[in-house]
Design a protein around this ligand. Structure first.
Ligand code: SF4
Length: 206
């Protein structure tokens, strides 16, 4: 967990207040170009809080996390791992959608380390409100934000890594990495992703 860019905001006591604060945030350049901020959704005090990188095109337009193709793949993987999605909370390390225009298409662009760091205090405020028993880092940007250092995802996937606050982080790939991968390897890659998520089952009493 990196050092916070600033202390917790005492005015933020609800997710609605977090949404309003991130909507107004311009602490990095991404806030200027996105339609709206997208914070997490799901159960409070869940067994698991899953954290991805940033909202995508659909998420930016509709204001909900993990509703696009990667979200659908994540839902399928959670079901295969027998993790009830309704008992989780899903969010992102960065709260606005970063993209570049190619013609009329908005193409995802990865946030820089500086942008991830700028958004980190909002993620920690969110974790404090949600109070999960464990965290899942979906991809390198989420792992960096949650653990405060670069984490080689392939070398650490399926493992729980501790944070100084006592919360543990299960590291795995972002589902969009599976969508971008070799189509012939898609099924084994999906099975490996599900195997990583199964490591979370101990939090569900299995
Ligand atoms: S991405 Fe995060 S830090 Fe950047 S403007 Fe949006 S809420 Fe603020």
């Amino acid at each position: 967990m990196p050092e916070r860019a600033r202390p917790p905001d005492p005015q933020i006591r609800t997710l609605a207040q977090l949404k309003a604060a991130t909507m107004a945030c311009r602490e990095c350049p991404i806030g200027e170009i996105a339609t709206q901020s997208v914070i997490g959704e799901g159960l409070l005090k869940p067994r698991l809080m899953l954290v991805g990188e940033q909202p995508g095109d659909q998420e930016d337009l509709q204001g909900h996390p993990f509703i696009g193709p990667a979200g659908k793949l994540l839902a399928r993987a959670l079901e295969a791992a027998q993790i009830p999605r309704e008992q989780t909370f899903v969010s992102n390390a960065v709260k606005h959608f970063k993209f570049e225009l190619r013609g009329k298409r908005r193409i995802h662009k990865s946030p820089t380390q500086r942008e991830i760091a700028a958004c980190h205090h909002w993620l920690e405020d969110e974790i404090a409100l949600v109070r999960p028993a464990g965290l899942v880092a979906l991809g390198a940007s989420a792992a960096r934000s949650l653990l405060g250092r670069a984490v080689p995802v392939l070398a650490n996937r399926g493992q729980w890594l501790p944070r100084p606050d006592g919360l543990e982080v299960l590291v795995t790939l972002h589902p969009s990495a599976l969508l971008r991968g070799d189509p012939e390897q898609r099924e084994p890659a999906f099975e490996a992703f599900v195997a990583d998520l199964r490591q979370a089952q101990r939090l569900f009493g299995r």
